[in-house]
Design a protein around this ligand. Structure first.
Ligand code: FE
Length: 294
């Protein structure tokens, strides 16, 4: 996508990639002397943390206001969502039928004992999911659910979503929770991958969706140019690339979702403002720890 931007504008972009933690530590250490202009990362929980740490600067953009729904943007303009990912339920169709599935909370029911697989609670994706449940259901109910998940685990928690999905395919577990694009990428490699997607919470609050996104770095010496790039990433062309090559959902309404994403069917998304995932992150981590979710 960045190469495409360079082709169109002549603006060269130097890309430094790392996990969010080290990248943010580096921005922190470099302060105003940073060569960085834009922070591009995943999860509203991470972007919220970056803003809290003063690593981003507020921008105002009518283009972003038009392209990105308000619930996927920082109200102060320090970061914006650029793609959507659903964190939902996956299952082994040889053992489970879709009508046995309903909500994240239902995966705490004893009927799933020894059948559930989860990724580690250390991953921000699960912290954000639990934060959304705390917002909808309250702390007490959420803790009860998380305890139920832990009691139902088929095996130790996984370090990543892909191995969790592969464990379902291998028959190690029957149900699990993962981000939609990992499934999409597995299907790209193995069109007959024997796992199915289920849209969670359709009768209640809607499926949990999170963002990937970007913000202008506080120490950037080119905030205007950086904002142009972020605006371009919200354009129809870039949004289409998120859907076709990255298997994420466009954040911009009306952009074509690609054949694979459409094949998963329409679904109701949780309407929560994603900055809640940041606000409740510390409490979510504490709750998961208390509930014994490793
Ligand atoms: Fe991911």
């Amino acid at each position: 996508m960045l190469d495409r931007y360079t082709e169109q504008t002549g603006v060269k972009i130097e890309l430094v990639t790392d996990s969010t933690g080290p990248l943010m530590a580096r921005l922190q250490a470099e302060g105003q002397n940073t060569p960085a202009d834009m922070l591009l990362t995943v999860d509203a929980g991470n972007l919220w943390q970056a803003a809290q740490q003063g690593l981003l600067q507020p921008v105002s953009s009518t283009v972003l206001e038009e392209n990105v729904p308000a619930k996927y943007r920082d109200p102060k303009g320090q970061w914006t969502g650029l793609s959507l990912r659903a964190r939902t339920i996956f299952y082994d169709p040889s053992k489970v039928s879709a009508d046995q599935l309903s909500t994240y909370a239902d995966l705490a029911d004893p009927k799933w004992k020894g059948k559930l697989c989860l990724r580690t609670s250390k991953k921000v994706y699960n912290q954000s999911l639990v934060a959304s449940m705390m917002e909808h259901l309250g702390e007490e109910k959420t803790e009860e659910i998380v305890r139920g998940w832990v009691a139902n685990l088929a095996t130790d928690v996984f370090s990543d979503d892909t191995s969790m999905l592969e464990a379902i395919a291998a028959g190690q577990c029957e149900v699990g929770i993962a981000n939609s694009y990992y499934y999409g990428r597995l299907l790209d490699e193995k069109p007959n991958f024997p796992v199915k997607i289920f849209w969670a919470n359709q009768g209640t609050t809607g499926t949990h969706v999170n963002i990937s996104g970007a913000g202008v770095v506080a120490g950037s010496d080119n905030p205007d140019g950086t904002l142009k790039l972020i605006e371009w990433l919200s354009s129809d062309e870039a949004q289409g690339l998120y859907a076709s090559s990255d298997k994420e959902f466009p954040v911009k309404v009306g952009v074509d979702e690609s054949e694979m994403l459409r094949s998963w069917g329409e679904f109701k998304k949780d309407d929560i403002n994603v900055q809640k995932f940041g606000e409740l992150q510390t409490q979510a981590i504490q709750l998961m720890d208390k509930a014994g979710y490793k």
